[in-house]
Write a protein that binds this ligand. Structure first.
Ligand SMILES: Cc1cc2nc3c(=O)[nH]c(=O)nc-3n(C[C@H](O)[C@H](O)[C@H](O)COP(=O)(O)OP(=O)(O)OC[C@H]3O[C@@H](n4cnc5c(N)ncnc54)[C@H](O)[C@@H]3O)c2cc1C
Ligand code: FES
Length: 368
């Protein structure tokens, strides 16, 4: 590889879309967490907003399957990006990544997208609250703030099961030992099975613990990511103590992924059964240009569901307007799009919609 390969002048910049990338490194973080680093075949500068995520487009056992993963690296190191994946017992994609994705393998990613990022909510003082693998977006934010010498006061409270489960522990300790305005606190949940000497906080995060660690937390911009019960507990603490929730931002990993095949098959079957009993009054026509097919649906149904009724596989991961995977171009008509940050204003202006969360307001034509 020549130095020219990394020439920042001639190197393209990453934009939201579908990209082929190659796995260049696999790092064992903890017993059940691994980081996968990727680069593009042709050099690309991977710029994104720290906290954003990508969606992997995979084929496992002959079936298409997509899952979203936060970018855990920082755009301050832009020639590659990484995701950090926790093995979920029985989980299809996380286990496949751990067991089958090797250095040199190629895969397709969509993104980067996501509203949960530090650039859109700049602040002088932040509080990072994370649980388990929910540390990934906040690690990207921390690395970014550290690398760019941002003058930001960081209180970082991470909750883990046990010391051995603390992801990126040594890197965090290193970063936080170098800047007085970066303060790291790790809370280990498991009281009986710590596995090594632990002088830090124990148990679950509580209001007194929060107040002790970060006495000025009411004045901070808060970024929170972790298991749903953890985030619910955090929100309850903040609401009870009068925190202005306009300054609270969270990311949930708990979107229910729907396997494309099952989804399409189920809807196609439903459509077949119901075809003879349909009352067409009030229904709207959805035409798909690429396939030349059209179908009539209720205004309460999504464009994605309309495609599925015709057996068309629009790629889908989160099903709730956060990952951007199901983006299609609207050629005519209007939709009501209830998304969660999976599409940029520029894409909306250019006529794109997220089919999983867009419902027709009139007859529409879609480029798919
Ligand atoms: C925006 C976003 C960012 C994310 N970032 C990260 C990240 O940085 N790191 C990370 O590790 N994860 C992240 N996730 C979560 C990730 O997308 C996956 O959901 C996760 O890896 C699990 O996927 P899986 O395919 O392994 O598990 P799945 O196959 O989806 O299964 C999930 C769980 O459900 C159980 N299950 C599956 N099917 C059934 C069934 N029929 N009945 C009962 N139980 C069932 C499985 O046993 C498993 O425990 C993120 C998610 C989102 C939406
Ligand atoms: S599938 Fe994620 S935005 Fe539609």
């Amino acid at each position: 590889m020549t130095m020219n390969f990394f020439n920042p002048v001639t190197t393209q910049t990453w934009t939201n879309g579908r990209h082929l990338v190659r796995c260049v490194k696999v790092i064992h973080e903890t017993a059940d967490v691994r980081t996968f680093c990727f680069m593009a075949e042709q050099p690309v500068l991977f710029f994104f907003k720290p906290g954003q995520f990508v969606t992997l487009e995979l084929e496992i056992g002959g079936e298409p399957i997509m899952r979203s993963y936060t970018i855990s690296s920082s755009p301050s190191i832009p020639y590659s990006f990484s995701i950090t994946v926790k093995r979920m017992p029985g989980g299809r994609v996380s286990n496949w990544l751990h067991d089958s994705l090797n250095v040199g393998d190629e895969l397709v990613v969509h993104g980067p997208v996501g509203n949960f990022n530090i650039m859109d909510f700049p602040a002088d003082k932040v509080l990072f609250l994370t649980g388990g693998v929910g540390i990934t977006p906040v690690m990207s934010m921390t690395r970014w703030l550290f690398d760019t010498n941002a003058n930001v006061d960081v209180d970082f409270i991470h909750s883990a099961r046990a010391p051995r489960d603390v992801i990126y522990h040594r890197e965090l300790v290193h970063m936080f030992s170098r800047l007085p305005e970066f303060k790291l606190h790790v809370v280990c949940e498991n009281k009986d099975d710590i596995g090594e000497a632990w002088a830090g906080y124990r148990g679950y995060l509580t209001q007194p613990m929060l107040e002790l660690i970060s006495p000025d937390y009411l004045e901070r911009e808060i970024f929170c990511c972790g298991p749903t019960p953890y985030m619910n507990a955090v929100k309850a603490i903040l609401r009870e103590t009068g925190f202005d929730m306009a300054h609270y931002h969270e990311e949930s990993f708990a979107a229910t992924p729907i396997d494309v095949q099952e989804d399409v098959q189920e809807l196609a079957e439903q459509a077949e059964v119901a075809a003879e009993e349909i009352d067409y009054a009030g229904m709207l026509s959805i035409e798909f240009l690429g396939s030349g097919k059209s179908v009539r649906i209720q205004p309460s149904e999504t464009i994605h569901a309309a495609a599925a009724k015709l057996g068309l596989h629009i790629p889908k991961a989160c099903g709730m307007g956060i990952c951007g995977t199901c983006r299609v171009e609207l050629k005519s008509g209007e939709v009501e799009m209830d998304h969660n940050g999976g599409i940029t204003d520029e894409d909306v202006e250019a006529g794109y919609i997220l089919s999983c969360c867009s419902k027709p307001k009139c007859d529409v034509v879609v480029d798919f």
